[in-house]
Design a protein around this ligand. Structure first.
Ligand SMILES: Nc1nc2c(ncn2[C@@H]2O[C@H](COP(=O)(O)OP(=O)(O)O)[C@@H](O)[C@H]2O)c(=O)[nH]1
Ligand SMILES: [Mg+2]
Length: 381
């Protein structure tokens, strides 16, 4: 009898231990989540203090909350091409239909010009494209649709300029993080874009830290840290109404302390007046660069522009570029407009390349911009 009782007690003890471990596991996971939230809530909180090293203790590898797996960045334009094609079919088809008419008379060339202008390409680039096409069509004397399509494709690619350097300066450096500042008017898609870029970098195995320098609304920082936490990236935040420059500074300093590859700083987009904007953005940029030392500067200042805002958006873009040196443009909401020509217009207006395009509200709907891929999506639509 006795051995049976001992065995019974043994099994009971094992069950209690197993049950305890089972109950503990989820609460440990919850606590890690909380740790992260607390750390992000305190600007400049010391690096990982009090946090357990991932994967120690229970033998589980990195028992973090389930993180999302961003899609491979290099295949994105291919994946998102349909959206671009769909929103710009009128342009592509319209141009090809006109070019394929039996006679290419003055009136037809004017219609081609109108289509390009309506797509927001801008007056000067439109004239250049049409002049070049007219000349080449005349010299070749061809009415062959396939040939005409190739000519159109070539001239559009030339207008978009395939020679511009569209790489983001985010290659890791020794000693200090890359710093990217994101600017633009409210609603353009800045916060969304910072979140999407963080995902691209995470997919490339870079360590990332976010800085919520839009301190005017608490919701803005909340929105940003939600993006970050989905892929295990922390956010440095300030109190509502805190000095945006000091939040940016803290984020960069912490990026240095924690040996982070890239610090992405989101800003507010109030466009109250040019002077105010210049003062504020200039200060954020200056102060954020301080922890990097004398011989380093902010690596990228990305201007986020809503492609659906047309000429108005272009005007605002100019104001921003006068306030702070822009190094690249992110054109958002290209999924919702037939005016893809804004790519050409904004590059001309600011003299900097479009580096990324937003093609939807989905977390991975951001693609590196590529002149040929972009034009192909339009003329093959
Ligand atoms: N359709 C579409 N919506 C976008 C895109 N990028 C951003 N948005 C939406 O634009 C709105 C404003 O974005 P938000 O990032 O908050 O703008 P912010 O004020 O500049 O920070 C949100 O509803 C986003 O989902 C895009 O590429 N396509
Ligand atoms: Mg925002």
């Amino acid at each position: 009898m006795e051995p049976v009782i001992y065995a019974g007690i043994g099994v009971l003890i094992l069950l209690i231990i197993a049950g305890g471990a089972f109950l503990l596991a989820p609460s440990r996971r919850r606590r890690r989540t909380l740790d992260t939230d607390t750390a992000t809530g305190v600007p400049g909180a010391p690096a990982g203090e009090g946090e357990e090293a991932p994967g120690d203790g229970d033998g589980e590898p990195a028992s973090a909350p389930a993180l999302e797996q961003p899609t491979e960045p290099t295949t994105r334009l291919a994946r998102l091409r349909d959206r671009l094609a769909k929103s710009n079919t009128t342009l592509g088809r319209g141009l090809l239909t006109l070019l394929s008419r039996d006679t290419l008379d003055e009136e037809t060339w004017e219609e081609i010009e109108d289509l390009l202008i309506m797509a927001d390409i801008g007056v000067d680039p439109t004239a250049e494209i049409v002049d070049a096409l007219r000349e080449r069509v005349r010299v070749l004397g061809t009415r062959e649709p396939a040939v005409l399509r190739d000519l159109l494709r070539e001239e559009l690619i030339r207008a978009v300029d395939p020679t511009m350097d569209r790489e983001l300066a985010v290659e890791p450096l020794d000693g200090s993080p890359r710093v990217v500042l994101v600017v633009g008017v409210n609603g353009a898609g800045k916060t969304t874009t910072v979140g999407k870029i963080a995902r691209v970098l995470v997919a490339q195995d870079r360590s990332v830290l976010l800085g919520a320098a839009d301190t005017f609304r608490a919701a803005a920082a909340e929105q940003l840290s939600t993006w970050g936490s989905r892929v295990g990236v922390e956010t440095v935040r300030g109190e509502e109404g805190a000095d945006p420059a000091s939040v940016a500074y803290t984020a960069v300093q912490r990026g240095i302390d924690e040996d982070v590859d890239v610090v992405l700083v989101d800003t507010a987009g109030r466009l109250q007046n040019k002077k105010g904007l210049m003062d504020e953005l200039g200060k954020v940029k200056r102060v954020a660069a301080r922890p990097l030392g004398e011989d380093r500067a902010i690596d990228e200042v990305l201007l986020v522009l809503d492609a659906t805002t047309g000429q108005n958006g272009l005007q605002q873009a100019k104001v921003f570029s006068e306030a702070v040196d822009i190094t690249g443009i992110v054109l958002t909401k290209l999924d919702g407009t037939a005016k893809g020509g804004i790519v050409v217009a904004v590059q001309r207006a600011l003299g900097v390349p479009v580096k990324l395009i937003g093609l939807g509200e989905g977390a991975d709907d951001l693609a590196p911009f590529d002149a040929a891929g972009f034009v192909d999506a339009i003329v093959d639509a």
